[in-house]
Design a protein around this ligand. Structure first.
Ligand code: PXP
Length: 262
């Protein structure tokens, strides 16, 4: 797998999750709509990376999608995966730019909570070290919680992705409190030297405040963008999201080193 550096030096990258293009394809079987085509459109619309979750039950992205995404797109691929031996073998075969380890339960509709890094240190350590040894940048998808951040630091993963699902689901004072939880956890992780990402459930309404947290370097967004694409087209939905992110993170915050390093 060739090394694909990030194209821009933006301080906040957008990873576009294309899983739900595959969900629609799989509703009928067959080949359309094609997640690879979505990845090309995302690249043209300003995405910095492509994210895809190969689930144990293959309900959306397939093994063949991963082969094609690894081979045919010229953006870094972030493979979301459960900590299982099967997924580890696949990740080591394709060596994506990044692997985000997520919890997975068959009965859930989407990734419903963060990884219990604190409770699963011994299980996860093997995955972090095998992927890192293969130069795959490991990210752990966790709740914005000090205990989980500290456990991720102890595991030696270079990146955490903070779960924004709860922040997006609640309103009013509860949302303000969830945003504060995200801010505190992001700062704690950054202070410990981790790169901080965030994602899950983000929309045009919820993205701004998260994008404005200065230590967050990447947002991974999927379901809303694919849904909005039904009405405005995929390129337009991604461009609008990119604009909102840029407005929340003015150019003055740009870190010229960011594109090169991560
Ligand atoms: N980040 C992670 C780790 C995820 O598991 C998902 C969902 O696959 C996302 C981001 C994107 O979430 P959404 O599709 O709700 O934007």
């Amino acid at each position: 797998m060739p090394v694909r550096p990030y194209r821009s030096a933006r301080s906040l990258r957008l990873g576009v999750n294309i899983d739900h293009v595959a969900t629609i394809r799989n509703a009928r079987g067959g080949l359309v709509p094609d997640p690879l085509r979505a990845a090309h459109i995302a690249a043209a619309a300003g995405a910095d990376g492509i994210t895809a979750h190969l689930r144990e039950d293959r309900r959306h992205i397939s093994d063949h999608d991963i082969v094609r995404l690894s081979r045919d797109i010229d953006l870094p691929l972030n493979l979301e995966m459960a900590a299982t031996d099967e997924m580890l073998d696949i990740a080591l075969r394709h060596r994506p730019h990044a692997a985000c380890i997520v919890p997975e339960r068959r009965e859930e509709r989407t990734t419903e909570g963060g990884l219990d890094v604190a409770g699963q240190h011994n299980h996860l350590a093997r995955f972090v070290s095998a992927l890192s040894a293969a130069t795959v940048r490991v990210s752990l998808f966790i709740e914005p919680d000090a205990r989980q951040v500290d456990a991720a630091v102890a595991l030696g993963a270079p990146v955490v992705e903070l779960h924004t699902g709860r922040y997006c689901d609640v309103q009013g004072a509860a949302r303000v409190a969830e945003l504060e939880r995200l801010r505190v956890a992001a700062q704690r992780a950054a202070d410990a030297g981790l790169e901080v990402h965030a994602g899950h459930g983000l929309t045009y309404d919820t993205v701004r405040d998260v994008a404005a947290i200065p230590v967050i370097r990447e947002l991974n967004i999927g379901h809303f963008l694919i849904g909005e694409a039904i009405f405005v087209g995929l390129e337009a939905s991604i461009r609008r999201m990119r604009t909102l992110m840029d407005e929340a993170r003015p150019e003055a915050d740009m870190d010229p080193a960011s594109g090169a390093s991560a």
